[in-house]
Design a protein around this ligand. Sequence first.
Ligand SMILES: [Zn+2]
Ligand SMILES: [Zn+2]
Length: 320
Amino acid sequence: MHACGHDVHTACLVGTAAVLARSRDAWRGTVMVVGQPAEETFQGAKAMLDDGLYARFGTPDAVLGQHTAPLPVGTFMHREGVTMMGSTHVRLRLFGRGAHGAQPQLSVDPVVLGASVVLRLQTIVSRELSPLEAAVVTVGQFQAGTRANVIPEEALLELTVRTEDDAVQARVLAAIERIAKGEAAAAGAPKPPLVEVLNRGPVNRNDPELLRRVRAAHGEWFGREALVPGVLGTASEDFPFFARGPERPVPIVYWFLGITPRKAWEDAPGTTLLEKVAHLPGPHTPYYAPDRAGSLRMGCESLTVAALACLHGGGGATDH
Ligand SMILES: [Zn+2]
Ligand SMILES: [Zn+2]
């Protein structure tokens, strides 16, 4: 089950639009409500921008984004600087030579080649990057063969790469290509592997001034105790594409909305925030179940308060 909380996001967006439309005399400016599809595959934001979102409706002064997280309902997490890592989805096709499973000498076995590639890819983060350069290389898919006694023609690997920095991302991608080609050559493959970048999500970096304004507005509305310390997320988003205006960069801010029911939070083992989160179901698991009423109310309020903080052009949202 996917369960990323996108139904919560959309419901909160619609609720916020309704509140802002009803209180039209309480704020000045233009609000653009973006119901973006395909966040999960990093394609929706870019498709909307390529389709002229800013050209047709104007380039905004600020873009706000909110996503659920397995934090206690009624809490919010904002992180200065990078809040989520950049991501690249890579596909490797490794070519071998098929043969009867009983005659391996006639083959170039892409299963063995693929296994070598998977193992050597583990050395990119552990041996090629500095311990201070945060990165993830995960092979989430390895497909080869259909029968026990047939050596197949090729193997397919799909990887996700996460980094905190675009330059590190480029180095990791170059290392993946070098390793795949090197292992194929070592195996005597009939041709070099095909390396394809399927999609990318940029590093999600909050604008410092906009972040301060939104966090202050949330602190004022919900109380300072509702704000939990920011932790760098290794998940990724296509939201940062909205920072790419046609003429100038657009300030963006992205925060997390806690949705875990209070009882589940209290019952979870551990004392620190990270210990408890480690024991609670997160997005992309079938057990990710938001506190319905609390998540919707808090999510609507947080979007509305943040929008008003921008529309008032000041540091608070006290007069609505
Ligand atoms: Zn997701
Ligand atoms: Zn999501």
